[in-house]
Design a protein. Sequence first.
Length: 307
Amino acid sequence: MSTTSFGEPAIATLENQLDATPRQPRRKVSRKTWQSAIWFVVLIVLTAIVLYPLVWLFFSTFKPNSEFGTNMGLIPNSPTIDNYLKVMEGIAGVPMWRFFANSLIIAVGSVLGTVFSSALAAYAFARIQFKGLSVLFAAMIGTLLLPFHVVIIPQYILFNNLDMIDTFWPILLPKFLATEAFFVFLLVQFIRQMPRDMDEAARIDGAGHMRIFWSIILPLIKPALITCSIFAFIWAWNDFLGPLLYLTSPENYPLPIALRLYNDQTSTSDFGATVTASFVALIPVLLFFLVFQRFLVDGVATQGLKG
């Protein structure tokens, strides 16, 4: 009896304490979380749309010629590696590695010539004061509005008189003469953002323009130079019109011209080999971009910085 009377108040007190304890409210999903989830789904869909052509191209390399035009799906019905064997053998008596080597020579030479000549021209426009500077800079910018097709005939006549047709010189020589106004303008804007204090200090120590350019300017514009290198490499690797005009021998063809050999309008076309060669030609560009993409981002990001 005493035990019961002693326990009832304790139980009542415990119940009152439990009722007085505030309960944790149910956690609600914030609006920001929903927005992030929606954006994540949208980005996945956009990425799938952008990458689908590349994925389709890869799977199409395993399709036989009989499936082109009938099987437009992603997965081949009868997978085969014959297309890769045909591509490795080459065409027109020229092995595929020769086309790769020609494209590599043109691309690397274009990068070296474009970057070096554009950097020199940009330094002159940004750091050297001379008569007619504004006029020459405006004329250089004006060449951006000049289509390449306008100068095709004069250039061809010039290189033909110099006996340079069917060589790489008509393609590479202009790259060493700062003819790419886009890259010159990009580097000029980059150099102009840098303070002149370092130039003046180096000039007091007896350094000339070439010393300042080589020891001070070039290391500081490294992100911009790599950005120019990426674009120059991709443009030169994919160039079709220039090699088509100046190269006449199959052994000098780069990859874009070699791809044309797999399709003949007067006879049958090897679509399987064409697709495979196209995919193989994309691999160096993709690798080059993946390796240097962080430098591209750095170069774009530092464009907004002031010295």
